[in-house]
Write a protein that binds this ligand. Structure first.
Ligand SMILES: Nc1ncnc2c1ncn2[C@@H]1O[C@H](COP(=O)(O)OP(=O)(O)OP(=O)(O)O)[C@@H](O)[C@H]1O
Ligand SMILES: [Mg+2]
Length: 379
């Protein structure tokens, strides 16, 4: 068992810099958890506290039901892969991979066997006698991972291990890491600021901002049901569109109103969640670009959510098209069919998918309708 449990963990650096505010998180045995968030949100600090490289200000960390607060890094049975790989330049690939085992006085034969096994998994058997300077970025990255694998740790910790690679290599290594996890079945904690990487790799994703966890969930949960505006805007490319406006009640129905031309009916199952809000309360409406519809294609859905928008820019992407639009001084994006006949400068009707609208509180960013949406869509 190698679950990792953070219980009310906090990290304050000298100068009263709160890198990680009180954080509790349970990472299951064999789970692949990705910590994601913008620069400075506390990802590396969290990982380094799990590794034992950073002292904890408050709280406890357990690995495999043992509190490790006072256990030094080398005795925590974890292996960490850093962004810069930190390979020894004067050692060969074999020596780099074998080094940690030699330090722990493993028998020669076992070292050899473990290194070759790891090399085989990673496809670097041909490189054993090379030095890091004679390797490509991707190859170095594999060696760094190999060095972690040979230890057969209880937990792998990765800190942005792919960020030095070019885009294509990153996508390849991403798939490789996923295969590796399926094969090794070891608990993995992975840090990245790239939300696509987080979504594709993680069994669960932990979204952080300014030292706080903003949401924890499976990739689809955090995408479909973001608990706050930060998560809604951070996960997804292009990001979710936001419109500032007001609520309006009319003949028993609830509407979102912005300016004189946008009057969007909110689903009836949102009414209860909005009851605490005044009749004219300021709110932010969120809708993802793929849920901005062309009304003529889905008249059934568009019935009560249609509005006019001007097309500013068209980005043809092959399989689809991104439209940059303006309505009531709000710029927003739509992801539409590649064959959409829209032209720049035209004013056309668009609509919002009634099942995929989110209403946020402008004061605290809370998603007011997430529970109602979840109940409605998931039963
Ligand atoms: N040794 C330190 N002393 C003081 N402040 C620190 C120290 N290390 C990190 N911090 C601060 O703690 C906060 C969190 O830093 P951390 O390195 O965990 O961020 P991160 O999420 O990994 O960011 P990035 O994506 O840029 O790597 C930042 O505000 C950073 O400036
Ligand atoms: Mg970092």
């Amino acid at each position: 068992m190698a679950e990792v449990i953070l219980d009310k963990v906090r990290k304050v650096f000298p100068g009263n810099v709160v890198a990680v505010a009180e954080t509790s998180l349970k990472i299951e045995d064999q789970e692949f958890v990705v910590l994601v968030g913008p620069s400075g949100c506390g990802k590396t600090t969290t990982l380094r506290m799990i590794a034992g490289l950073e002292e904890i200000t408050d709280g406890t960390i357990s690995i495999g039901d043992k509190v490790v607060n006072d256990i030094p890094p080398k005795d925590r049975d974890i292996a960490m892969v850093f962004q810069n790989y930190a390979l020894y330049p004067h050692k060969t690939v074999f020596q780099n991979m074998a080094f940690a085992l030699q330090l722990r006085r493993f028998p020669k034969a076992e070292i050899k066997q473990r290194v070759h096994e790891a090399a085989k998994i990673l496809g670097i058997e041909e490189l054993m006698e090379r030095r890091p300077s004679a390797l490509s970025g991707g190859q170095r990255q594999r060696v760094a991972v190999g060095r972690a694998i040979v230890r057969q740790p209880k937990v792998f910790l990765f800190d942005e291990p792919l960020s030095n690679l070019d885009a294509k290599m990153r996508v390849e290594m991403r798939a490789e890491l996923k295969r590796l996890h399926q094969r090794l079945k070891t608990t993995m904690v992975y840090v990245t600021h790239d939300q696509v990487e987080a979504m594709t790799l993680g069994d669960r994703v932990v979204i952080m901002e300014g030292g706080y966890i903003k949401q924890v969930g499976t990739p689809l949960e955090v995408y479909d049901f973001p608990e706050n505006k930060f998560v809604a805007g951070f996960i997804g490319t292009p990001p979710m569109n936001f419109f500032s406006g007001n609520l309006q009640s009319q003949q028993g129905s609830l509407y979102f109103r912005k300016g004189s031309s946008m009057l969007i009916k909110l689903p009836d199952h949102y009414k209860q969640a909005m009851e605490s809000k005044g009749p004219d309360a300021a709110v932010i409406l969120g809708v993802r670009p793929e849920n901005v519809l062309e009304p003529e294609k889905r008249p059934d859905l568009a019935k009560d959510t249609t509005f006019k928008a001007r097309i500013d820019v068209i980005e043809p992407l092959g399989a689809e098209m991104i439209l940059y639009l303006t309505a009531e001084n709000s710029i927003f994006l739509a992801r539409v069919d590649a064959h959409c006949r829209a032209q720049v400068g035209e004013v056309l009707s668009f609509a919002m998918h009634p099942d995929h609208m989110h209403v946020f509180d402008p004061n605290n960013g809370k998603n007011l309708t997430v529970a109602a949406a979840q109940k409605y869509l998931r039963g």
